[in-house]
Design a protein around this ligand. Structure first.
Ligand code: FCB
Length: 436
């Protein structure tokens, strides 16, 4: 049965009931499945001039150099090859390409991205290109950013120029990364520049404007097509389950319901509700886990509690969020049924220095994804967040999401393969996992 738009998939607060174990030992994924890694320009490239340039994160870090992928992308592609991936989800940084509204694209910066895409092609790695990942040129930020309706045609103009320039190099486009996270961290929670709090009207107008731009850009991309084959376009939604820790707490129920309505239902409806679904060819899902509330407090390490204290309560977390692998099956299954769009898991990953923990997390989430596919969900690929340890927005370099480590204390920023990188390589090469 399909539930109404955005209704959370049904489950008990303690997770699913155990089921009889009939799982085969090797879980094969569909043929031509894309196994990729994901990154974002502000988090890896360095040398950007956007609203993050002067931002100092909680650990004192800035994105000014980041992983220096701006210069080291050939080496990063070699790491992708070592990981055995056949795809990568990467962003193109708007502030590098346009110096003012409706300006032509900067030819040198465009040439650098073309070189990157050509090298990916030579390495047999399919790119999914993200147009907007939490950053804007300074001239957009100073004119009200995404609260300003004039940003919509300006961004559509930029996207049209970029899509036209790259139509022979890119077939899969991802318009917006997590508009929900972006709009809430900028206008509700005061975590991202310009650091506003509780501006609900601004939050809603950012989502509406991004959804409008998404629809228009999908039309442009479909019309332009791609020299590489059938073009695909979608946006990426962060799906978080919002639940209560104590089942009988009415206030926590209220806060979970409000969070779900704002971050999940309203955003999905704005982008895909009514005839809005038509322009997208896929839905991107970024899935990390869940947030449970206890006495108004979110039970997650980013809410100020330690992992150990949370574990004593039965709340298993990485350094950021509560893990909830069974939720991967529920979210994928329900979103696929509800919107009847193929899905890509455009981000999943964990932040920890405990590689055994991360390996369990990856395998449990992939097993859940495999069950969703077995249950009929059309899923075309999975992108691990992230290729490299990188600049994690307000948390700086403290959160270690990489399959490949970066030593930020050494100015040469040397990269080394982590244990999880070897595990992921096996998955990519075999198009399968061993049942956890
Ligand atoms: C997602 C973001 C990505 C990264 C991961 C950990 O919400 O899209 O940039 O920060 O979380």
């Amino acid at each position: 049965m399909v539930s109404p738009a955005g209704t959370p998939p049904r489950e008990t607060d303690r997770g699913n009931e155990p089921r009889p174990d009939t799982t085969p030992a090797v879980l094969k994924f569909p043929d031509r499945f894309l196994w990729g890694v994901a990154t974002a320009p502000t988090q890896v490239e360095g040398h950007v001039a956007n609203e993050w340039t002067d931002f100092v994160a909680r650990d004192g870090g800035t994105c000014r150099i980041a992983c220096d992928s701006y210069h080291r992308y050939p080496e990063d592609i070699e790491w992708m090859t070592r990981l055995g991936v056949n795809a990568c989800r990467m962003g193109i940084e708007w502030s590098r390409l346009q110096s003012s509204a409706y300006a032509p694209l900067n030819p040198l910066e465009l040439a650098r991205y073309c070189d990157l895409l050509d090298r990916l092609k030579a390495a047999d790695i399919v790119p999914m290109v993200v147009l907007h990942h939490f950053s804007n040129p300074p001239w957009i930020s100073s004119s009200g950013g995404w609260t300003n309706p004039a940003t919509v045609p300006v961004f559509v103009d930029y996207a049209t120029k970029l899509v036209t320039a790259l139509r022979d190099r890119v077939r899969i486009w991802n318009t917006f990364n997590e508009p929900d996270t972006y709009a809430s961290c900028t206008y509700l929670l005061g975590e991202f520049p310009p650091f506003y709090k509780w501006r609900l009207a601004s939050f809603r107008s950012v989502i509406r404007h991004m959804a409008e731009a998404h629809g228009k850009i999908c039309g442009v991309i479909r019309k332009s097509g791609s020299g590489l084959g059938p073009v695909e376009v979608g946006f990426s939604k962060n799906w978080t389950f919002f639940q209560t820790f104590h089942p009988a707490s009415p206030w926590d129920h209220a806060i979970a319901a409000i969070s779900h309505a704002l971050f999940n239902r309203f955003v999905l409806h704005s982008f895909l509700g009514g005839n809005r679904k038509e322009p997208s060819t896929f839905l991107g899902l970024n899935y990390y886990g869940r947030v449970r509330f206890s006495h108004f407090r979110p039970l997650v390490p980013v809410g100020g509690l330690t992992r150990e204290a949370l574990a004593r309560m039965g709340v298993i977390c990485d350094d950021m969020f509560e893990r909830h692998p069974t939720g991967m099956e529920l979210a994928v299954g329900q979103l696929n049924r509800q919107y009847r769009l193929p899905l890509y898991v455009t981000e999943h990953g964990s932040a920890s220095t405990d590689e055994a923990f991360r390996e369990r997390d990856l395998k449990e989430n992939l097993a859940a994804l495999h069950r969703a596919i077995g249950g009929g969900a059309e899923v075309r690929g999975f992108f691990y967040w992230s290729l490299l340890d990188n600049f994690e927005w307000q948390f700086g370099y403290a959160k270690k999401f990489g399959l490949v480590a970066v030593d930020f204390k050494d100015e040469k920023l040397p990269r080394t393969m982590k244990a999880l990188g070897q595990v992921y390589r096996q998955v990519c090469l075999e198009n399968a996992i061993q049942s956890p």
